[in-house]
Design a protein around this ligand. Structure first.
Ligand SMILES: Cc1ncc(COP(=O)(O)O)c(C=O)c1O
Length: 470
């Protein structure tokens, strides 16, 4: 192996090779299987001398690249994932080139770019400038910070500084209706317990909170610490909790209100701030996800709070050689990581290049396409639409009329497996009122009508293949 320093002499050839890989991958994305089911990595021991770039590259291009998914492409409709615009993709490339550490201020402008990004996001979503926060690795990380802040706040109501002395003796009730699984995970990681949520009833045929039930539960709660976890866009039915009422209740009962708005917040860009997410301005903390509907590469989430001091209490780095103060805290004292990538850059670029209108136009297009797909499913005799499409997620299953629930569930799982193996489409499973269902989530800026047509062709072929396989 040649000395590493000499590697920089080869920058032009590296740029050429990596550009070529990029170009090939992007240009073949449309023909590529959306998911590479059953991919396998050829095992080999760690190299002692290094294989050198050419050999490593050959292995990488032959064995790894072909087995990657087209997750950034227009027909990956599993979970809620965005793609990545060209601007965000290459801004992210530059993040590695620049290799800045955004742990603290004082050695570059990068931390100011992160602060500006956070301010711009508040402006994008019409949130008051009392919100501040940090760019995280994703919505799970943001929900974790939400759980930490809520825990700290609950502790302060009973003279326990949890960050300093631990959670021993903490008495807290947590209320939620349809928390995302990452929120449950976060409550566990924060020591509040995955099983600790007191489930508030949902409204009929909905995942949104029944606020009358919440009112009763809050009134009955004798815990000095209270936390409400609300949703702006539940992951299955895309329901929105009534935040106007919930935020008033949180004030009345001195409860911390955390809102998981990972993707649902983007709905504001097409209907404004007086509609489904109205009231979120009064939340104590908010989770957003840029690697979903903002279409920047993974890992990019956002945590916002109106109580930066509480976030600081949780995350402050108490080392004598590091100075951070609560007036202008360093980012390492606001999040999990001390050393941090310049992951704000692709978000900053996206906001600057496309602006509110540009971003809103792909949100609207995704919503239109989801509704179009739902309509086609509804018109098809071979599939059942489970719920009218409200935003960007379509819930359906194969026609299961006459089948018992276990048989219907099995048929649904078999269909999903066959759809994902087909390669034209990738969807993920879900549950609606006990039934297994299939979810299609539209959040990729590149998805077009033609993709919906291709998806329907795929679904028709699966019906035929399924009958043939019986
Ligand atoms: C509402 C909601 N919250 C949180 C998450 C977790 O997001 P991430 O995978 O970015 O951690 C998701 C992911 O789909 C989500 O839809």
């Amino acid at each position: 192996m040649e000395p590493l320093k000499a590697d920089w002499q080869k920058i032009d050839s590296y740029l050429k090779v990596f550009s070529q890989i990029t170009r090939n991958f992007l240009s073949e994305l449309d023909e590529k299987n959306v998911a590479e089911i059953g991919s396998q990595l050829k095992q080999q021991p760690v190299s002692s001398n290094g294989k050198g770039f050419n050999q490593a590259l050959e292995f990488f291009c032959d064995h790894i690249v072909p087995q990657l998914s087209a997750g950034r492409g227009p027909r990956y409709w599993g979970f809620v994932t965005g793609g990545a615009t060209p601007v965000a993709t290459f801004a992210d490339w530059l993040v590695s080139t620049f290799d800045q550490n955004l742990s603290s201020d004082g050695d570059s402008i990068a931390t100011e770019v992160e602060r500006q990004t956070l301010r711009w996001l508040c402006q994008l979503f019409d949130l008051p400038d009392t919100f501040d926060g940090i760019v995280t690795t994703g919505a799970t990380a943001s929900n974790f910070l939400g759980a930490l802040c809520a825990r700290q706040f609950a502790g302060l109501q009973q003279n326990i500084n949890v960050a300093k002395q631990g959670a021993y003796g903490l008495d807290v009730d947590i209320f939620s209706t349809t928390p995302h699984s990452s929120m449950i995970k976060s409550l566990g990681m924060a020591g509040l317990g995955q099983n600790s949520v007191k489930l508030v009833d949902a409204l009929p045929n909905s995942e949104a909170m029944d606020v009358e039930h919440l009112t009763q539960m809050l009134e009955q709660s004798s815990a000095p610490g209270k936390i409400i976890i609300a949703s702006v866009g539940t992951v299955t039915a895309t329901d929105f909790d009534d935040l106007v009422t919930i935020s008033l209740l949180s004030k009345k009962h001195n409860a911390w209100l955390h809102v998981d708005a990972a993707f649902g917040m983007f709905e504001r860009l097409i209907t404004g701030n007086e509609t489904k997410s109205k009231g979120i301005e009064s939340a104590d903390s908010i989770t957003l996800d840029s690697h979903k509907w903002l279409n920047v590469p993974y890992e990019s989430g956002v945590f916002l709070t109106r109580h930066l001091n509480i976030l600081f209490d949780n995350c402050n780095v108490p080392a004598p050689y590091l100075t951070s103060n609560v007036e202008k805290p360093d980012f390492m004292s606001l999040g999990v990581e001390n050393s941090r990538r310049f992951r704000a850059l692709p978000v900053w670029m996206t906001l600057l290049v496309y602006g509110k209108q540009g971003i809103a136009s792909w949100i609207q297009s995704n919503v239109n396409l989801a509704k179009r797909f739902a309509q086609k499913i509804n018109e098809s005799s071979e599939y059942e639409l489970i719920l009218p499409c409200q935003l960007n997620v379509v819930l359906f299953r194969p026609n299961c009329s006459g089948l018992s629930q276990p048989d219907a569930d099995e048929k649904t799982s078999n269909f999903l497996r066959m759809i994902n193996q087909d390669g034209r489409l990738f969807l993920s499973p879900g549950k609606w009122q006990g039934k297994r269902i299939i979810r299609a989530a539209f959040s990729n800026w590149e998805t077009q009508k033609e993709d919906v047509n291709m998806a329907m062709d795929c679904l028709c072929d699966i019906v035929k293949n399924y009958s043939d396989s019986l």
